[in-house]
Write a protein that binds this ligand. Structure first.
Ligand code: HEM
Ligand SMILES: *[C@@H]1O[C@H](CO)[C@@H](O)[C@H](O)[C@H]1NC(C)=O
Ligand SMILES: *[C@@H]1O[C@H](CO)[C@@H](O)[C@H](O)[C@H]1NC(C)=O
Ligand SMILES: *[C@@H]1O[C@H](CO)[C@@H](O)[C@H](O)[C@H]1NC(C)=O
Length: 302
């Protein structure tokens, strides 16, 4: 077969695979915390350079969270909040942190009303544990939230503002400071911010879908069609076989990547199993593997 055609085909397959893999790798999930705490889900909060990381425990409906602001100023306060009542600031159940002039990082909870009071107060849900740190220019709030069914998927807001006289003062009310509003779903791992941030889990889920669709949905069927219809043209020579083999092997390679992301997704959400989907996935993968083996055997015997 035409060498340049083979090269082009192989190259585009390679490009496709590396694109999908790199989109998997770059996300807030690559950040490593100083206490080496690992979080299975995270959400890039596009406004004010923040991110939310969490582990959700379905058994007791608690979420261990880390809210992080990169490039934080020591003369600013940061805050992250759930708002069970509406989108926006008023009614927020907030966690606040800032660095005291003596170097101590102060962290506390507050209920923010429309007037924007930030007096320490307990929240409408339990916060059994809260701490904060300032490291390498990042301000991070760690907390455990005792959620309820309605809080598992709700609104979130976050903010940054100046300290005045050593305590939190009014934040700017322009630009990113009034766009820092979104939603969070602790169970599914999906979250949004007005800037359209996607959570790492939602991204992995998309990659899993795209890889499998390209593999089993496009490359494999095209390979089969080639074998079925191109074979009859004698003039095409053995080209049909090479095209077929390329489609099937690259389809299989992409399929392996898709299958691996699926397995990773499954191991990231212990306690949640999609049984039929899982069995189907494993069956298709086994059949695909058998087919590629038959090709290897065929090539060896010729
Ligand atoms: C000293 C305390 C605070 C004051 C005086 C204050 C004041 C205000 C005001 C006046 C607005 C309305 C801006 C507009 O109409 O365009 C606003 C918006 C906002 N604030 Fe605050 N705020 C305070 C604390 C907080 C905290 C702790 C948070 C986050 C946890 C927060 C998050 C927001 C957000 C996300 C908005 C935009 C969405 C909305 O208008 O509801 N604020 N703030
Ligand atoms: C909730 O469950 C998780 C995992 O089972 C456990 O690690 C954590 O300590 C529990 N938290 C509370 C507050 O009971
Ligand atoms: C710094 O000030 C805060 C608030 O007054 C206090 O709680 C903390 O103990 C102080 N830390 C040091 C190291 O002095
Ligand atoms: C609270 O968090 C701190 C620091 O992450 C940890 O050492 C402590 O064991 C936690 N306490 C509870 C009750 O979970």
């Amino acid at each position: 077969m035409d060498k340049s055609l083979t090269t082009t085909l192989l190259f585009s397959c390679f490009l496709l695979i590396s694109l999908s893999v790199s989109s998997l790798a770059q996300s807030c999930s690559s950040y490593s915390f100083s206490n080496s705490q690992k979080y299975t889900a995270c959400n890039e909060l596009s406004q004010l350079s923040c991110s939310l990381h969490w582990n959700y425990h379905p058994s007791n409906m608690t979420a261990d969270i880390a809210f992080r602001k990169t490039g934080a100023s020591t003369t600013n306060w940061i805050a992250w909040a759930l708002n069970p009542t509406r989108q926006g600031m008023a009614g927020s159940q907030a966690l606040v942190a800032y660095r005291h002039s003596n170097g101590t990082v102060i962290v506390y909870t507050t209920q923010v009303d429309a007037s924007g009071s930030m007096q320490p107060a307990s929240l409408s849900f339990g916060v059994p544990n809260i701490s904060a740190e300032y490291t390498g220019g990042d301000m991070i709030i760690f907390a455990t939230l005792q959620l309820s069914a309605s809080l598992v998927s709700t609104n979130q807001v976050w903010q940054e503002g100046p300290l005045s006289g050593g305590s939190p003062g009014r934040h700017p009310t322009t630009g990113q400071n009034i766009q820092s509003v979104g939603t969070v779903n602790f169970v599914s791992g999906t979250a949004t911010s007005t800037g359209g941030g996607t959570s790492s889990k939602a991204r992995k889920r998309n990659v899993h879908g795209v890889l499998n669709a390209v593999s089993w949905g496009i490359l494999m069927p095209v390979g089969i069609i080639i074998a079925r219809y191109l074979k009859v043209f004698k003039s095409a020579g053995p080209a049909w076989f090479y095209l077929h083999a390329i489609c099937q092997t690259s389809g299989y390679a992409v399929g392996v990547a898709g299958w691996a992301t699926g397995i990773k997704l499954g191991s990231d959400s212990p306690g949640i199993t999609y049984n039929t989907h899982r069995k189907l996935g494993i069956t298709i993968f086994a059949l695909g593997t058998l087919q590629v083996f038959s090709l290897v055997i065929y090539l060896n015997s010729n």
